[in-house]
Design a protein around this ligand. Structure first.
Ligand code: UDX
Ligand code: ADP
Length: 469
């Protein structure tokens, strides 16, 4: 059997690398129109950082995992075609800002229709709005050569960046959506066999095509909703003296609620959550369900509010002006263990800080300087090679990403404190440091969802701050 994957990105490559590893008898080829990306996958420096991925790619590349920019040949040879292209939010036209832009899916689907000379199972892996499979079927049927048959399956990906490899190796479940026809069920069984090489059968669910498509949006919306819920509570904690970590822990111990995804933060980011909720909002509006649309829209609103609220706290603490002051950002990726910056809360924070006249220094262990400049559409930020360099001469530090190296057990915060302008402020947007301990060093510490920790010598200052809120 041969599998072809269209799209050599965050979804396509980790998925195919694991499929190739676990199915040595299957030849897997990942194709992409972006020649540079394909070359990078064939080199020693992979284009994305994902723990554990390089080891697997090194093991299977050239054996049964191949990268190629010859999209047509890949399609021709594969009997199963995974469509893993990007589906960004539309920037103009109907549904602008909400609906998914399906142009890449459509181009890839038209290519499959044109090139295929034998029957194919086409697997929709990119996150797509409900009923996209139907559009794909229409394109495939209209554009294909005579006697070529296609079965379309929805097989959404639940991998989270930073943990993609363990998520793929030990999935909670695999969804395979298919039409309830004989050939649809047969195609689903063929794909199920690929996953069954390492996943217990009872975790592979075959379901209705549209349920499968909606389940992906629904799972992401429910997860993001949990974060917005805890983030909304973090605002109450800061105002009352409650501690959001204690609240999250207390609630998470209720087995009906559970402990995961209750980590208060400066806001959620990533390529999926916002996009998928916007998609759900658009879908609800298209179905004339404005109340449902409004309900999900609130999850995004709280996320925007959380980022703005955090910067307001920074401005307020720094005596209501950032003009000319240096602010160091620890972390730029949307979460730890990834180089991905898509929708990273750090981008919004930087834009607010720049608008306030701050000078910013940024250090992230994995994000390249060029990517940061691109995200900020601004070249004035100083990109540093370590946390110490970023903090030197800064008035404040903001922890934006929860990289382990920023924990107070891993960085010399005394050295950092000594290199900063006094009074030195530390804003922990991820609640990863021991604020008590850093306060003892001399920092004025403000953590998400917690009261400020102010060194005793600056009591008056604290009093002024609470008045200015
Ligand atoms: C998500 C889904 O988890 C995954 O199943 C889906 O396939 C793609 O979208 P991802 O975006 O890679 O994965 O990361 P995730 O771990 O879900 O984190 C998303 C954002 O939420 C990050 O910015 C993260 O920092 C934030 N987050 C997560 C919190 O702020 N608090 C939490 O408790 C958890
Ligand atoms: P994701 O996070 O969904 O994997 P990425 O942007 O990382 O998204 O990857 C999607 C990849 O799909 C990109 O490398 C892009 O070049 C590729 N792509 C988009 N359209 C096509 C197409 N028609 N044919 C081949 N590759 C495509």
């Amino acid at each position: 059997m041969k599998i072809c994957c269209i799209g050599a990105g965050y979804v396509g490559v980790p998925t195919c690398a694991v499929i190739a590893l676990k199915n040595p008898q299957i030849e897997v080829t990942v194709v992409d129109v972006n020649q540079a990306r394909i070359e990078a996958w064939d080199s020693d420096k992979l284009p994305i950082y994902e723990p554990g991925l390089k080891e697997i790619v090194d093991e299977v590349r050239g054996k049964n995992l191949f990268f190629s920019s010859d999209v047509d040949q890949g399609i021709e040879k594969g009997s199963i075609i995974f469509v893993c292209v990007n589906t960004p939010t539309k920037l103009s036209g109907f549904g602008k800002g909400f609906s998914a832009d399906l142009k890449y899916i459509e181009t890839a689907t038209r290519r499959i229709a044109k090139v295929a000379k034998s029957d194919k199972i086409v697997v929709e892996k990119s996150t797509v709005p409900c009923k996209t499979a139907e559009s794909m079927r229409a394109i495939l049927q209209a554009g294909s050569q005579k006697d070529v048959h296609f079965n379309i399956l929805s097989n959404p990906e639940f991998l989270a960046e930073g943990t993609a490899i363990p998520n793929l190796l030990h999935p909670d479940r695999i969804l395979i959506g298919c039409l309830e026809t004989k050939s649809g069920m047969k195609a689903a069984a063929t794909l199920a066999d690929v996953y069954a090489a390492w996943t217990p059968r009872e975790q592979i669910l075959t379901l209705n095509l549209w349920s499968s498509e909606l389940s992906k949006l629904a799972a992401n919306a429910l997860l993001a909703q949990r974060i917005s819920s805890i983030n909304s509570l973090s605002a109450i904690c800061e105002a009352t003296g409650a501690n959001v970590n204690e609240v999250a822990n207390a609630c998470g111990l209720d087995s009906r609620i559970g402990p995961k995804f209750l980590q208060a933060s400066v806001g959620f980011g990533g390529s999926c959550f916002q996009k998928d909720i916007l998609n759900l909002v658009y879908l609800s509006e298209s179905l004339h369900l404005p109340e449902v649309a409004e309900y999900w829209r609130q999850v995004i609103s709280i996320n925007e509010y959380q980022k703005m609220r955090f910067v307001r706290r920074v401005v307020s603490c720094l005596f209501n002006t950032l003009d000319g002051k240096r602010v160091a950002l620890f972390g730029f990726a949307f979460k730890k263990d990834t180089s991905d910056t898509r929708e990273s809360p750090a981008i919004a924070l930087c834009k607010y800080l720049l608008a306030e006249g701050a000078k910013i220094s940024i250090y992230d262990p994995q994000v390249e300087a060029g990517q940061i400049y691109l995200d900020l559409s601004d070249k004035t930020a100083d990109i540093c090679t370590d946390a110490y360099g970023a903090a030197t001469n800064a008035h404040a530090i903001i922890i934006c990403t929860e990289w382990d190296e920023f924990k107070d057990t891993n960085l010399d915060y005394k050295k950092i404190y000594d290199s900063m302008v006094q009074p030195a402020f530390l804003f922990d947007g991820r609640s990863i440091i021991d604020s008590e301990r850093l306060c003892k060093i001399g920092f004025h510490v403000e953590s998400i969802g917690k009261e400020a920790k102010v060194p005793s010598s600056s009591f008056t200052h604290r009093h002024q701050i609470s008045q200015s809120f």
